[in-house]
Ligand binder design. Structure first.
Ligand SMILES: *Cc1c(COP(=O)(O)O)cnc(C)c1O
Length: 970
């Protein structure tokens, strides 16, 4: 009930609540769940049920119902209490000066970027920019990211982010294998590579039959024998910088291609790898303004030379033009992606790291080339002066050429020095018994140098004298001579006022959850509550180094442990790993566990993965990455897994069946009542059952995959558990397994407590993946409690069924379960409409922008349809606004169908309409008013910034970095 509803209408006293209840404050469920009690009653009446419980009974198959929740789940807490508890947990983390390096460095997030990007719902609640006309702001920000990476790496095409540095390196490895001509299966990796990168490469190489050869390349000589690719590090993990031109040339002569893992900040001062022949460059943009965050999230990057752009995994922003000829941005070359190519996709990456990429791009925009140079020089000079002081104190500095990381030889005493430094509040890297690594950064201070010297027993030196006498440690021939970041965007926004307005201007072009509902099927665009978001920018979480001693992160690890326990209870699994940093990575980890299980039992011949035709594209792509062969199971006319076909396939593959991968409820938005049977069939044939948990929002509190027959699932915390989509990432894709698979979960070489020993190795660079955003999901569960979570599920199901009922007479609803009900989403079938009128799903999606609404999911899982998932967070007024817009659009379609408006000139085909197009001569058969105020003027108008964008043209003329200003003239 809302507060206003509680006001007495007659002069009677309201019922008095006990003080203990009043003390709890307003329950968070009232904030998270949109419909008020009276509205929910109205919705249920439309659906034809009396209560949420009755809805549960009718929608969810009896055979899988399992509502028991142990007290492993917390009682609901208010926002105030949850935040107090999080404060307490944050206080248990120990902050120190982090000089461990290894790809994670201190950085300053400029406050203007922290508050107006990272903490701004206009940026963090946005969806992946698949509707480019209402996503121009974040597309431009991502284009800035691509331009920045391309400029610094010296390669023409960079994608719009990868999940982290280690997985970018793995993607580069498979890219080189795909694109190259070599028949070799060997990939040579420089021994001076970040250890977590090397470990992830091994995990990813094994199922693909790639042999990783770790080689000491410090002598500049490639090992004997064949190779298809080579990974170099620049600088190396030890800090050393070498000239790699000759090695690259030698690899090329031997028919191999070369990837370089590079530090972005060092490239501000150093010659770019692209200039000396690298085919691909990978790395992390973390130190461009994104906190270390105990390992993530951060934007990884991947840039390639000309000719490889069509092999590039991940999303790529390109430039095209709109219907009026104005420049406009869109995602390019989508045909490479798993949505389209499935098991033939270039990679399984879907959710990437858009929000961190935007932060890092804006960091470069704000600082510009001169600011970046100064930051890079600070890190470098700190390291130089640090090294000089140590040298004068009698210590041996191993490498003469370095950027920010100093390697010190101190025979037998490395551990002791690291311990002393730690007592003084500084974390260093103990490399082995004789070597210590010390990394400097944007946040290193002169005082920190003094502390390190003390740890080495060197007395405080006179800084100015050292600084004056120590020359740079960057070799002359390796200095960058090219101009840096020449595009005007990196020169215009250096005052805070200018950047603030630029950020606002960009986000004003976009429709995020702060402006309208985003009814994207499969994506669960629910509330990302402010109380959930607040902790992620607290320094107690942001400034933890992932490889610092675990006791430094006691509070955050307690959050991880709570969440693991809670998710296990919710899903019915026995063990959960938080390491995968997207759903796709959870799929990969889960399938690796299945593979390892079969191998462990001596059944390594089991390699077939059955996947229904309706599955999400990542499923097939992940199966291939896990070394499996995909066999497609048909769906029947009702959209369910075709059981006779499944029986046939199971029989055929009795000997080599590894797994089936199904989604539950299905991607058709239906609770299939045969799921137990499906699981039984596969188990009987010796296979394992993977349930894609992306649709868990329809299950929590009602059923548990771990109890109805599945062995393993990933969840998407960025869907069901309130981590915002961030415009396309970050995400967290934890994987849950039953007992027999627990020892095959991912682990980590640098933090053994992050997983089982001897498991399948790491799937992410960081031990606990994107740990710093886990407080969001923690807060959600903490504030909802078991009962609140169940209510959220049922409200989401009610909202989907309400929309389905309201729209059914205007658009056929494609699939329903046996009770005539859908689960948490519904598919509107436009194929008949398209056939008879020519109006397409695209037209409807773009027209919704004129109504100020974001389109539903288009053509997934069924081409020519729209999939609507309203979620529990939308109130009835917003659900109705969406329904009325769709009904109004249907009336517009009918006018096209009736011939009243020509098929080529009508408000649907011409959508979306901009303010500019109203100022042109108007010759359309509908009015300007109809064009831009189709839903009336009651709701605040959102003006799309561009007209419909020409996709094909953008793919033909691929432009993936900021266009020169001349492109905008005339
Ligand atoms: C979103 C989704 C995925 C992929 O998750 P990412 O986090 O984007 O990698 C997989 N399966 C289904 C059904 C999904 O909806």
């Amino acid at each position: 009930m809302t507060i206003s509803e509680q006001r007495p209408t007659e002069r009677t006293r309201p019922e008095r609540l006990p003080l203990a209840v009043l003390e709890q404050g307003i329950p968070f469920t009232e904030r998270h769940i949109g419909p008020r009690a009276t509205d929910l009653a109205a919705m249920l009446a439309v659906i034809g049920v009396d209560s949420l419980d009755e809805l549960a009974d009718r929608a969810v198959p009896e055979g899988i119902r399992d509502e028991a929740m142990s007290d492993a789940l917390p009682q609901a807490a208010s926002e105030t209490v949850a935040l107090q508890e999080l404060r307490g947990l944050a206080g248990r983390n120990r902050l120190g000066v982090q000089m461990i390096g290894l790809g994670y460095h201190g950085t300053v997030t400029p406050p203007v970027i922290r508050r107006n990007v990272l903490e701004s719902p206009a940026w963090y609640t946005a969806y992946t920019p698949y509707q480019p006309e209402i996503s121009q702001g974040r597309l431009e920000a991502l284009l800035n990211f691509q331009t920045m990476v391309s400029d610094l790496t010296g390669l023409p095409v960079a994608n719009a982010s990868m999940l982290d540095e280690a997985t970018s390196a793995a993607e580069a490895m498979t890219l080189l294998r795909r694109a190259g001509k070599s028949r070799s299966a060997r990939f040579v990796v420089d021994a001076d590579t970040l250890p977590q990168t090397l470990a992830v490469l091994r995990t990813r190489a094994e199922p693909l039959g790639i042999e990783i050869l770790e080689a000491d390349l410090s002598g500049g000589v490639l090992p004997e024998g064949d190779l298809f690719g080579l990974l170099l590090s620049y600088p190396g993990a030890s800090g050393r910088i070498t000239d790699q031109e000759e090695l690259i040339a030698e690899a090329h002569r031997r028919g191999a291609m070369v990837a370089v893992a590079a530090d972005l900040l060092s490239l501000v001062l150093l010659r770019s790898p692209g200039l000396i022949g690298a085919d691909a460059v990978v790395g992390s943009a973390q130190r461009f303004g994104f906190p270390m965050s105990f390992g993530g999230p951060h934007a990884g990057f991947l840039a390639v030379r000309k000719g490889l752009e069509r092999q590039l995994p991940g999303r790529l922003v390109g430039v095209s033009i709109d219907a009026d000829g104005a420049p406009a941005y869109r995602l390019a070359l989508q045909t490479r992606e798993q949505h389209i190519r499935r098991e033939k996709a270039t990679s399984n990456i879907c959710t990437a790291q858009v929000l961190p990429a935007v932060v890092s791009a804006m960091y470069a925009v704000y600082h510009g080339p001169n600011g970046l140079r100064r930051i890079a020089e600070r890190a470098h000079r700190m390291a130089v002066v640090l090294a000089e002081g140590l040298r004068r104190g009698g210590h041996e500095i191993v490498h003469d050429d370095f950027f920010d990381t100093v390697c010190v030889r101190i025979a037998g005493r490395a551990e002791q020095v690291v311990t002393i430094a730690r007592d003084l509040g500084v974390n260093l890297r103990g490399i082995d018994a004789d070597h210590v690594g010390i990394a400097c950064s944007e946040t290193t201070t002169i005082k920190d140098l003094g502390t390190v010297w003390r740890a080495f027993g060197v007395s405080q030196a006179e800084i100015d004298r050292l600084d004056g006498s120590a020359p740079d440690a960057l070799p002359e021939r390796l200095l960058r001579t090219e101009d840096l970041l020449t595009h005007p965007v990196f020169h215009r926004h250096h005052s805070e006022t200018a950047l603030l307005r630029y950020l606002r201007a960009l986000s004003d072009k976009d429709v995020a959850l702060d402006r309208s509902m985003i009814p994207l099927g499969s994506c669960t665009m629910k509330l990302n509550a402010t109380a959930e978001m607040e902790p992620i920018t607290w320094p107690e979480f942001g400034e933890l180094h992932p490889f610092a001693p675990v006791e430094d992160a006691a509070g955050l690890l307690s959050i991880v442990a709570d969440l693991e326990r809670w998710l296990a209870e919710i899903t019915g699994y026995d063990a959960v790993s938080m390491q995968p940093n997207a759903g796709s990575q959870g799929e990969f980890a889960g399938l690796l566990a299945i593979r390892a299980y079969h191998h462990d039992r001596g059944e390594s011949g089991r390699e077939v993965c059955l996947i229904p035709a309706s599955a999400h594209g990542t499923n097939a792509a992940s199966a291939v990455m896990a070394g499996m062969r995909v066999v497609v199971v048909r769906c029947d006319d009702a959209g369910n897994v075709d059981l006779p076909h499944l029986r046939e396939l199971v029989e055929e593959h009795r000997e080599d069946l590894a797994a089936i991968m199904i989604t539950y409820p299905s991607t058709h938005g239906v609770y299939e009542d045969t799921v137990r049977e499906v699981c039984g069939l596969v188990h009987d044939a010796g296979g394992q059952v993977y349930v894609d948990g992306a649709n868990l929002n329809a299950l929590i509190g009602l059923a548990k995959p771990g109890r109805f027959g599945a062995d393993v699932s990933h969840l998407n915390l960025h869907k069901t558990f309130c981590i915002p989509h961030g415009g396309g990432g970050p995400g967290v894709g934890p994987v849950g397994v039953r007992e027999h698979l627990a020892r095959f979960l991912p682990g980590h070489p640098l933090q053994p407590s992050a997983g089982p020993i001897g498991g399948v190795g790491p799937v992410s660079a960081a031990p606990w993946g994107s740990a710093a955003i886990l407080p969001i999901s923690w807060a959600y569960v903490r504030m909802m409690g078991a009962e609140g979570l169940r209510r959220a599920t049922l409200t989401a199901v009610a909202a989907a069924n309400y929309v389905a009922r309201r729209l059914a007479e205007h658009y056929p609803v494609l699939y329903t379960g046996s009770g005539g009900l859908v689960a948490h989403e519904c598919i509107l079938d436009l194929r008949g409409i398209t056939k008879s009128t020519g109006v397409t799903v695209d037209d409807v999606a773009k027209r919704l922008a004129d109504y100020g609404l974001h389109a539903p999911t288009m053509s997934f899982p069924v081409p020519g349809t729209l999939m609507v998932e309203p979620t529990e967070s939308e109130d009835l007024a917003e659900l109705d606004r969406f329904c009325e817009a769709m009904i109004s659009i249907r009336a517009e379609i009918d006018r096209v169908g009736a011939g009243e408006w020509p098929a080529e000139d009508n408000p649907l085909r011409n959508a979306p309409h901009t303010a500019e197009c109203l100022t042109q001569e108007w010759s359309h058969p509908y009015s300007r008013e109809q064009a831009v105020y189709p839903g009336g003027r009651a709701h605040q108008k959102i003006w799309p910034p561009v007209r419909r964008i020409d996709g094909a043209r953008g793919d033909r003329n691929l432009v993936c970095s900021c266009p020169p200003l001349t492109a905008y003239q005339d």
